[in-house]
Design a protein around this ligand. Structure first.
Ligand SMILES: Cc1cc2nc3c(=O)[nH]c(=O)nc-3n(C[C@H](O)[C@H](O)[C@H](O)COP(=O)(O)OP(=O)(O)OC[C@H]3O[C@@H](n4cnc5c(N)ncnc54)[C@H](O)[C@@H]3O)c2cc1C
Length: 289
């Protein structure tokens, strides 16, 4: 749930686009977020480009955090001791418990239990001592995604859809980011996601050429001249879409006091990640009672 802010203060949700609320436990939490204005319904017009023509997909309920997707993460992390911008490179058993170390070898702290919420492959690298975790992570498969962020020079105001599922060509999803609630509607912005196959094939291309290619592909699909964007950038997500999911909400190794959760456990996407974390938290509270 990431939000990128450009030097000119443009904001783009370049990762998760929106989320759905289906599970009662997620719904209870979401109701509180709605009441405080932390999340709001995205009422944009959504279509699917299908071989038989455009299919309206507007009816599904789609929720976003306000003013950007990362607002919800910031809210959930408030009051939690948090170190950002640090990569945990090693989780090592010491006399006092598990010690977390940075890439430079600096100690980041020691704990009785360690829970990894990193994607499956990164979790496996951090917890090689745990057979249950290694087995679980080997069952998950995650696909990559190039994401382009564009502020067009000529706004596409006449273009109807605010979001589109696309089944062919380089693109898989496109959103008029500025049509989401709480965003600056006067400054049009778009986020374009490439298909996993196209992302893989163009993994080493420059962000500039990716942004160009995806923007032109979208304009071509719409039949409008794209023109030179005011702002364009691209970001590559190595672990974007969880294709094969581990079929349980979390993995726990009580002997080692290691655990893992996230969207690759139990269910992909934002709601799945939330439910996975919640289920593991409840279980660990029971374990340590
Ligand atoms: C392009 C894209 C589009 C998406 N669209 C949607 C959507 O529309 N709707 C939806 O519901 N979901 C969508 N998703 C999926 C959604 O974003 C994820 O399911 C959800 O964010 C997963 O949450 P998580 O907490 O499990 O993992 P993540 O959000 O992946 O968080 C894992 C965190 O661990 C950190 N990390 C990893 N290794 C280490 C380490 N060694 N040390 C320290 N930190 C580490 C990472 O930096 C990251 O911050 C999308 C994802 C992407 C990438």
């Amino acid at each position: 749930m990431a939000t990128r802010r450009s030097e000119s203060s443009l904001r783009f949700d370049h990762g998760a686009q929106y989320f759905t609320i289906r599970d009662p436990k997620f719904s209870v939490a979401a109701e509180r977020w709605v009441q405080t204005g932390l999340i709001a319904k995205w009422e944009g017009t959504i279509v699917e480009f299908a071989p038989e023509g455009l299919i309206d997909k507007t009816n599904d309920e789609r929720w976003v955090a306000v003013p950007g997707m990362n607002a919800l993460c910031k809210h959930l992390a408030a009051g939690v001791p948090l170190q950002t911008g640090v990569q945990v490179a090693e989780v090592k058993l010491q006399k006092g418990g598990w010690e977390l170390r940075s890439q430079e070898g600096a100690s980041l702290g020691t704990a009785d239990w360690v829970v990894s919420t990193a994607p499956a492959e990164q979790t496996a690298a951090l917890m090689p001592e745990s057979q249950p975790i290694l087995q679980a992570t080997s069952r998950a498969e995650m696909l990559p995604c190039w994401a382009a962020m564009i502020a067009p020079g000529n706004p596409l105001s006449a273009v109807k859809p605010d979001g589109a599922f696309i089944n062919e060509g380089p693109l898989r999803w496109v959103a008029r980011n500025s049509s989401k609630p709480g965003r600056d509607a006067n400054c049009e912005t778009w986020v374009l996601h490439a298909s996993p196959e196209w992302s893989e094939a163009h993994w080493d291309d420059s962000p500039g050429s990716i942004a160009d290619a995806l923007w032109h592909s979208w304009c071509e699909l719409l039949g409008v001249p794209g023109g030179e964007p005011l702002f364009s950038s691209a970001h590559r997500w190595r672990y974007a879409l969880c294709e094969a999911v581990y079929p349980a909400p979390y993995v726990l190794d009580p002997q080692q006091r290691l655990a893992a959760c996230g969207d690759w456990c139990g269910g992909p996407r934002v709601e799945g990640a939330f439910l996975s974390g919640l289920a593991l938290a409840e279980r660990i509270i029971d374990e340590v009672k």
